[in-house]
Ligand binder design. Sequence first.
Ligand SMILES: NC(=O)c1ccc[n+]([C@@H]2O[C@H](COP(=O)([O-])OP(=O)(O)OC[C@H]3O[C@@H](n4cnc5c(N)ncnc54)[C@H](OP(=O)(O)O)[C@@H]3O)[C@@H](O)[C@H]2O)c1
Length: 390
Amino acid sequence: MKKLRIGLFGFGVVGEGIYRVLTEKSNLNCEIARVCIKNPEKKRNAPAHLFTTDHASILDDASINVVVELIDDSDAAFQLVKRALTSGKAVVSANKKMIAEHHAELIALQEKHQTSFLYEASVCGSIPILRNLEEYFDNDLLQHVTGIVNGSTNYILTQMCQQDVPFDESLKAAQQNGFAESNPTLDVEGIDAAYKLSIICLHAFGKLVNADSILRKGIGSIKPIDLKFAKEKGLAIKLIASTHNNEEGLSASVLPTFITEGKTLSRVDNEYNGLLIGSTLADEQFLYGKGAGRYPTSSAVLSDISALRYDYKYEFRKGQQRTQPRTDGFGRFYVSFQKNEPIDLGLFDTIEEQYTNHEMAYVVGTIRFSELYASDVWQQQDVSLIAISE
Ligand SMILES: NC(=O)c1ccc[n+]([C@@H]2O[C@H](COP(=O)([O-])OP(=O)(O)OC[C@H]3O[C@@H](n4cnc5c(N)ncnc54)[C@H](OP(=O)(O)O)[C@@H]3O)[C@@H](O)[C@H]2O)c1
């Protein structure tokens, strides 16, 4: 097995986690040569001589053959990962924002410099989804990947729906527990989930989908009236990322979704993630695990590092076709809004239920996706749009 000499970037939640795992628990044939951080004043639980703030001291060191990138600045991460791949070093990253924004370029660098770029930890923390999609689901029988891919919003929704904890308090607890990104907007607005879905689209179907083109609504607009509706009807609310692929094209969305209690995804709570993988012959399979946090995320980073010992790389056998998601078809939706700021009901193709109280109103019915894309309803902060799972 190849000997790995690692340059680690980042010593935060995940960086310190993988440091501890590699130095205290793992028997892999590898050593951490240097650790690059941003703030030299912070106290660290590791020998001082390992630390540097100079990226070049890792990137220009020919004896370091692996860069593990675990920083929270995606622009700085892109620059350093590019340099590492260009100098032939293998790279392991957990940075979904950087990967989703620069996927094609990073893959091209991996190819050009005959090295490996692995990022299992970037999607669903500890769940081994990417290598499964690459290696096991390497044929055209796969139909959809649907699930809960953001631990922080799932934790917040669970607290709100099951414990009646207000949004702000739940978010603070998610941050204190290390589930939330440093910038919580990425989680709350569903942007983090869209980055992950864009990465899933490539490994599931060979389609390069820009995260900005994914129909997306976060959980920041969910209000007490929505929670009450869910409780009365026996529904859970989950932020669902979903992509379906067939001859007519690929669909992709990240939407708060009502799921009947008892269904598989309704039982994925707190910081856990869960993915349903639908395929022609096997019907549905389910992957479940911790989607965030120090050690669950470190386990995926460790698995990538381990795979580098035998020079594993993603082959992208399904291709890399740039694709715009479909906007045709209908969905069933619940939309709630302030009574004195009504939405245009022309948005609905059919209406099956309507309710108004002294302050709020909601409408349930079907909406054409093309109408939804064209309207600004899903972008309005005080309008709650929740998909209804069939
Ligand atoms: N936390 C999770 O559960 C989780 C799960 C999956 C994926 N991820 C991903 O893993 C990555 C790291 O997340 P995290 O939660 O560990 O972040 P974090 O706790 O905020 O730590 C970030 C680390 O990056 C360092 N850093 C920031 N900018 C830097 C720069 N320009 N050069 C060198 N070091 C720099 C910081 O240095 P200082 O210590 O000096 O401030 C800190 O050690 C992110 O891409 C995140 O999206 C996290």
